[in-house]
Design a protein around this ligand. Sequence first.
Ligand code: ATP
Length: 293
Amino acid sequence: MIDIHFIVNPIAGQGRNNFSESFLQDYFEADKYNITIKSSIYKGHALVLSKESIFQKATIIVACGGDGTINEVASTLVGTSIQLGVIPIGSGNGLASTLNIPRNIHKALLLIKKNNKIRIDVGQINQRYFFSNTGFSFSASVIKNYEEQNKRTLSSYVTATLKSLFYYSKKNKLNIRINDKTDVTDPFLVFVSNSNTLGYDMSLTPKASLQDGLLDIVIVPKISVLKMLYFGLCLLLKKPNLLKEAICYQSDSLTLYRTQGAFYLSQIDGESSQINEETLLISIQRKALNVLV
Ligand SMILES: Nc1ncnc2c1ncn2[C@@H]1O[C@H](COP(=O)(O)OP(=O)(O)OP(=O)(O)O)[C@@H](O)[C@H]1O
């Protein structure tokens, strides 16, 4: 028997997400599969539920939600032989689109049934994992403003972006030293990605691959508001390097050392996070996660 566990985020995307056992049995026959369905009831709960599923000897754990839910579930699966399945019912669904997992639930379930396994790289910031991307400064501010709106739609992203542009100059001062040599004061953006899309079909790192053992890094120093708007256009065109100040490169690691500022405001796979540590080692674990695609 195959033990397949579904961890559902009921509020992801448009919300009201619910999977019944009878619906899932149309795909996963009772004589071959033991189906378990769990629903998260608070932020971070999918991580607890997934750990419990590992303890219950699940063979496949399916994250039903967006990048935040995938992050919580997948973080418990790094380095194990358990397969991650994804039903992308989130808003942006960045990682699912990079993996070509369809948003159509019927097609996504059939894909899991096909049992086609790949191994993907996993990003790491000190002790935490990211699977799609992590960002500081502007990228983190957009996510913080987005979360404050309590609505997970594209228009909320646009509003959050405009708000971040407007308030950018009032943000806390941050100085960082990159890789022990480059000092950047108030960077506009530090963005580190494992995947080649941000969700909503936008990209800052179009050349990134989930299987190349490399992180794609974009650093933009302090720039004028006009240049920020221009950079927004570059993002829509998926060509961040059209902005001459943007430094875009690939590496297997990056160290950030905070020389001024009380903390890092970051976003990790689209979830806002305040990091108090002074030094951040951002690295990649090659092919450390099994995914069904
Ligand atoms: N019952 C719940 N109530 C409130 N928040 C929840 C609940 N269950 C999960 N969460 C949190 O909801 C957040 C958003 O989830 P998720 O990222 O899956 O959806 P999304 O934001 O719509 O999609 P995407 O990240 O792809 O844009 C995550 O931080 C998750 O921990």
